[in-house]
Design a protein around this ligand. Structure first.
Ligand SMILES: [Zn+2]
Length: 434
């Protein structure tokens, strides 16, 4: 068993950790002021000087950074170092307009890999494991991020990337993958295809761990994956602006450990910008403490979550993020009510007749928003009796109304109807935007 990658840091007493953060924050503020014209300007606008930041509590004096800042300074206006220090670019596709470009120094890549080395070790992976990386390689940060982290801990990497599902399953069997990293929806698809091929993930492969992320998912989906395939499913978190995937849950599965020697986290009220106490849900804000090509000060990630700073049973002293509800961008507003796709998923996955795939379609009828949820029924739940199906769709609609307070039109479809995705699943089609 591999317990800690860096026990000294991971179990560091809280007071020492806070001191380390304070020292790093002070140097980071001076660094961005001296190296980034963008931040120098932003600090001046806010009337704050690096010397004003003396203790951790002074963080709230600093101005926020927004995703739109990265877009407005496309491609490299937010970089703090010249190109001859940059060893890699990644680019994240924007849904509207310009994408965002991120860059890394050698030390930035090292920090990223180290963060994942700690995370992968915390879920029991190490030398001797075969980690199948089923995230996209290339401009997306998922594939290469996991790849470097897995190599760092001495595991064997199987860089399958996304797609070619039957071959993924064959290689998983033949090369003995013990872990897979991909989106949860793609893993559900892999499990479905394996079943069709007559391969049981539980009995015919060595797979024991899944590292799932890049899209919001629920504890109910986790339960389904674990029960159906016999693996342990862990949540992973990170965004390209922060580097890429960085943090996972530990074996306790009770929140994602954020390495707080590397990143300072706050949760704020998205409307007022005020810091919220631990345990309250708000928007996640991060400040990088050890990142040099594009350091970020109080960057508003857009994910809604809460922080738990209670000590974890695993012995790590770093705070945990509770399951991410989704991004403020993913939120759908139906007749003035906020709905997250992950909430719909939570409801659906508790109903045994409902399959693993669903899609939400939002449209407008006259002045009114309407929400339709397309739901696949399981093979066993599917009935040719219209009355059975009607009562099932009524029941689903009632459960959704109970949780979301929104009336949804539920359409039941046969297994295999909803398009499968190899990367991020398309859970929402908002026809109002077209
Ligand atoms: Zn833990």
């Amino acid at each position: 068993m591999f317990d800690y990658w860096n026990p000294q840091i991971e179990r560091m007493p809280r007071e020492d950790l806070a001191k380390l953060q304070e020292d790093r924050l002070k140097s980071m503020v001076h660094y961005v002021y001296d190296h980034s014209p963008f931040y120098k300007e932003r600090f001046k606008e806010a009337g704050v000087e690096p010397s004003d930041i003396k203790v951790l509590g002074d963080l709230a004096k600093l101005p926020f950074t927004y995703k739109v800042d990265l877009r407005n300074t496309y491609p490299t206006g937010m970089f703090s170092l010249p190109r001859n220090r940059i060893v890699r670019y990644h680019v994240s596709s924007g849904t509207t307009g310009k994408p965002t470009v991120v860059g890394y120094t050698k030390d930035d890549i090292e920090m990223w890999s180290d963060s994942l080395a700690r995370a992968l070790t915390s879920i029991g992976l190490g030398r001797g494991d075969v980690i199948q990386v089923g995230y996209g390689y290339g401009l997306f940060t998922g594939g290469l991020g996991l790849h470097y982290g897995a190599e760092k801990i001495g595991a064997t990497v199987l860089p399958t990337g996304t797609g070619n599902t039957e071959r993924q399953i064959m290689l998983m069997q033949d090369l003995g993958s013990t872990a897979i990293a991909c989106t949860p929806s793609y893993f559900l698809h892999i499990a479905e295809v394996a079943e069709r091929m007559g391969v049981s993930i539980r009995d015919d492969t060595s797979l024991k761990v899944g590292v799932f992320g890049a899209e919001p998912w629920s504890d109910e989906t986790r339960r389904r994956i674990e029960e159906a395939t016999g693996i342990k499913a862990y949540d992973i978190f990170g965004t390209s602006e922060m580097s890429g995937p960085l943090f996972t849950e530990c074996r306790e599965q009770s929140g994602i450990h954020v390495w707080s020697d590397l990143f300072l986290i706050e949760v704020i009220d998205p409307k007022t910008g005020e810091q919220l106490p631990d345990g309250e849900t708000g928007e996640l804000v991060i400040t990088t403490l050890s990142k040099w090509a594009i350091p970020l000060i109080r960057y508003r990630i857009g994910d809604l979550t809460k922080i738990d700073s209670e000590p974890c049973a695993c012995g790590r002293t770093h705070p945990r993020l509770m399951r991410i509800l989704g991004r403020t961008d993913d939120m759908i507003v139906i007749r003035g009510i906020n709905v997250f796709p992950s909430q719909v998923e939570s409801v659906l996955m508790t109903i045994p007749e409902v399959g693993d795939h669903y899609q939400i379609i939002v449209d407008r009828k006259g002045p009114l928003d309407i929400m339709k949820v397309m739901v696949e029924v399981t093979e066993t739940g599917f009935s040719d009796k219209i009355a059975d199906l009607m009562s099932l769709s009524k029941r689903i609609s009632k459960e959704l109304k109970g949780v979301l307070n929104v009336v949804a039109d539920v359409e039941l479809v046969e297994p295999g109807t909803i398009p499968r995705s190899e990367g991020k699943a398309v859970r929402v089609i908002d026809k109002r935007k077209v």
